[in-house]
Design a protein around this ligand. Structure first.
Ligand SMILES: Nc1ncnc2c1ncn2[C@@H]1O[C@H](COP(=O)(O)OP(=O)(O)OP(=O)(O)O)[C@@H](O)[C@H]1O
Ligand SMILES: [Mg+2]
Length: 425
């Protein structure tokens, strides 16, 4: 099992994270401060480290980071007001950082990506996905603003990372802003920075994400959640106008490229007056829509193999069940389903019941071509049998197949078919 060292001083937070990580398939070792973390680390055997930056007593998360063996990915958690420290941390080799309060799903997603070697790889060989990747690579080569749309869990964030990697800006930073997770006033500060004394508790000036992303890319995630008043400010920045930090007067111009993502239909929102149309057009100089997983089921076998690597084996019936389900939560739901199933299966092969998703009755969905073909075949056989009064030899002649073929097809099918004998096996 993969092991993670969790360094967090607040007991409640540590307990909550431990439960969530365990449910996600991690074995968790907790530490409440840097010395305890270093002691645990000296015993070795960790696949990842998740550490708070601010720790009481001796040493901070940066200390833990510095002592982590090379090759073990470290993700840092920071509270508001320590963004500069997070930048520092990334420079000292942290693979990722997340600002508190964070979305638990997002934290788990990101840790999983760090864990998988080359974790940002986009898996799948469905032609629908291949078309998306071609479009993304073309977009990356330009310097246009890009809007990535798609349902939740389709892989928008992964795609944005790929776009950044493939762009001329890959040597610069990719700086995320989650527009949904942060209250409006803080979001403005996150995006554009604040001068010392701009708000209560602002003891130091803070750089905004647009400034941090200079030479790189700003990733505006969940852009549909951005409030109208901030949409105006963002539009002016995208038009190249200088902006100021909150409470500041110095004019700043950002040269960051903007890639935005949304699982909402921004044009519909624009029609309802909840999203500025002019901003929509600015953001969507190039749009990429990721189709839902149910529209590219060809990706499922490769994704399943990827998520189960070293953790479990899928029986063939379970694979069929996976391809019949329509995955409202997309790839994220597929991943979570498989991780849970792998835990349930232990050393056994995964069977449909372990997936904890509805298991369709054979021949009942008509979703797969194979299923549809089988259903059509059974309909023809059933009609032929009816016309021949249940005489199978006659029905076989009518259908233009041998008696044996007809018998085999009947055996493989629903035993309740008119004219068919009950299955003997
Ligand atoms: N093609 C893929 N190959 C491998 N992993 C994938 C793929 N697509 C998605 N994932 C994984 O599924 C999870 C969700 O992906 P991601 O966070 O990119 O989705 P999203 O579209 O940004 O979702 P949301 O709208 O909820 O933010 C992540 O763990 C991600 O690594
Ligand atoms: Mg996302």
């Amino acid at each position: 099992m993969r092991r993670i060292l969790l360094v967090e001083d607040k007991r409640g937070m540590r307990a909550m994270l431990t439960t969530a990580l365990e449910e996600d398939g991690w074995e968790v070792v907790g530490a409440e401060n840097a010395p305890a973390a270093l002691r645990a680390m000296s015993r070795g055997g960790f696949d990842a480290v998740l550490s708070d930056v601010c720790l009481p007593g001796e040493g901070s998360g940066l200390e833990v980071l510095a002592k982590t063996p090379p090759g073990v990915p470290v993700m840092l958690m920071t509270a508001y007001g320590t963004i500069d420290m997070a930048v520092e941390a990334m420079k000292s080799g942290a693979r990722d950082f997340i600002t508190k309060p964070f979305d638990l799903e997002e934290l788990l997603d990101r840790l999983n990506r760090l864990y998988h070697a080359g974790g940002d790889e986009i898996i799948g060989d469905d032609p629908g996905l291949a078309a998306v990747l071609r479009r993304a690579d073309a977009a990356a080569a330009s310097d246009l603003n890009i809007l990535v749309t798609g349902e939740s869990g389709t892989g928008k964030e992964l795609l944005v990372k790929r776009i950044h990697r493939m762009s001329r800006r890959s040597a610069g930073p990719l700086v995320p802003v989650n527009c949904a997770a942060i209250p409006r006033d803080l979001l403005e500060i996150e995006m554009f920075g604040a001068e010392k004394g701009a708000y209560t508790g602002a003891t130091e000036a803070r750089m905004g994400r647009f400034e941090m992303a200079s030479g790189g890319t700003v990733f505006l995630d969940e852009i549909g959640d951005l409030e109208l008043s901030l949409q105006g400010k963002l539009l002016r920045v995208l038009e190249g106008s200088p902006f100021t930090r909150v409470g500041g007067t110095v004019q700043i111009v950002s040269d960051a490229r903007v890639v935005a993502a949304s699982n909402r239909d921004l044009l519909v929102m624009a029609g309802e007056g909840r999203f500025r149309k002019d901003l929509y057009y600015r953001l969507s100089q190039f749009t990429i829509e990721i189709p839902p997983l149910r529209a590219r089921k060809g990706d499922i076998p490769a994704l399943a193999e990827h998520f189960l690597k070293g953790r479990g084996r899928l029986g063939s019936e379970a694979l069929e069940t996976l391809t019949l389900f329509d995955w409202p939560g997309n790839v994220r739901q597929l991943r979570n389903t498989l991780l849970k199933a792998a835990v349930l299966a232990g050393e056994r092969d995964i069977v449909p019941e372990m997936l904890e998703i509805p298991v369709p009755r054979a021949g009942s969905t008509g979703l797969l071509l194979e299923e549809a073909a089988r259903a059509a075949e059974m309909k023809a056989i059933s009609e032929a049998l009816e016309r021949c009064g249940g005489n199978r030899s006659k029905a076989a002649r009518l259908l233009g197949v041998s008696y044996r073929t007809l018998l085999n097809k009947l055996k493989a099918s629903d035993p309740a078919l008119p004219g068919a004998e009950r299955r003997k096996d």
